[in-house]
Design a protein around this ligand. Sequence first.
Ligand SMILES: Cc1ncc(COP(=O)(O)O)c(C=O)c1O
Length: 437
Amino acid sequence: MVERRFSRIQTELPGPRSAEVFARKSKYVAAPLEVYAPFIIDHSEGALIEDLDGNRFIDFSGGWGCLNVGQRNARVVSALHDQVDHYLHTDFTAVPYAPFIDLAEELCLRTPLDGPRKAALFNSGAESVENAVKIARAYTGRKSVLVFENAFHGRTLLTMTMTHKAKPYKYGFGPFASDVYRLPYPYTYRKDLSPAEIEQSLLSLVDPSEVAVMVVEPIIGEGGFLVPPAWFLPEMRRLADKYGFVLAFDEVQSGIGRTGKFFAFEHFGAKPDLVCVAKSLGSGLPLSAVIGRAEVMDAPIASAIGGTYAGNPLACRAAIEVIHAIEEERLMERAEPIGNTIKDRFRKLADRYEIVGDIRGIGAMVGMELVVDRETKAPAKEVTGQIATMALRNGAIFPTAGLLGNVLRVLVSLAISNEQLSEGLDILEDAFAEVLG
Ligand SMILES: Cc1ncc(COP(=O)(O)O)c(C=O)c1O
């Protein structure tokens, strides 16, 4: 038994109750749905999770980036109870409801684009990216899509094609969608890249007059928590203007306050035409949105976009409270101190362990890249997995990321307390010591 103030491991993992559920999972749940944690959740609050056997964990994955306001935020829970007592579903385009429109308004007011803005709601991040492409194609009358190395945009046919990493996301699932072109990305830790090289690459891949949209994550998430150099997003804006294509920012992972601003792109002084959000918007309920310049958003013909459950009322009520909680509980102001605490502790690990190659991030979106040695920068994928597993078994959930699987990343709730944060980082430090000696 290892008990700290917030975390507690009192059984083997999985404990007997979790093990019984896992036995049925093997029998009834399709094998590709592999799971990360060796336990089954019972309940959760803020950044803490307790499993069926009474073990407690500090969750640095934040429900894989969905819980910026914390698990079961009080405002969100109360709005959901109220909504359950009114109605559950209609299909907005059949019988409309106010929460859909309220949320669209809240999002438009907070998205700093030039001129009037409009929004459309969907269910998942992939769906929002897919619809951004549809909207851009309708607006430009062009077909081609530009994406970047290291990108992750989802798992539908089009967004899987737009995603870089082959295994596991694309393996065995071809043929892929056509007219998607991948540009080099300025992964500053690993290579130098100039704006001219990106433009040259674009011109060599496709005639720019055929490009409908460039989709880019302002800070790359699944692909390794990559923060671009200051010139990158303004330069992509310049290319969009020069060649007349739509610029769409995928803020599914980086948005909703995680970096200390509502959108990560606000740190870089470049405005897109379309923004995709999901994950922390719904605080665990399936919800996504495309917000954009009104003239672009209005381009598809009537009824061309939508979906049965798109922007369902429960998710909209939750999202409105997420936005209010972020503002009234001043959660965005927490992003930087949380990120600084994490970076300080990561730097101490870097002083002690050669394996720490790079520490990067903005606000609370922080990652650490692990390498076999600092000269060759060969990725230390196996050790990254071992450290994450050790931390998990000791009470703290740290997700990994990166094309090469060698990045530890933090997607922790902004509602985590300083004491919980510190305890979780102690657990990570111990995991480094146990794995690396
Ligand atoms: C940047 C980005 N875009 C799109 C997606 C896909 O979102 P979803 O899994 O909700 O379809 C993700 C998911 O991790 C993401 O990080």
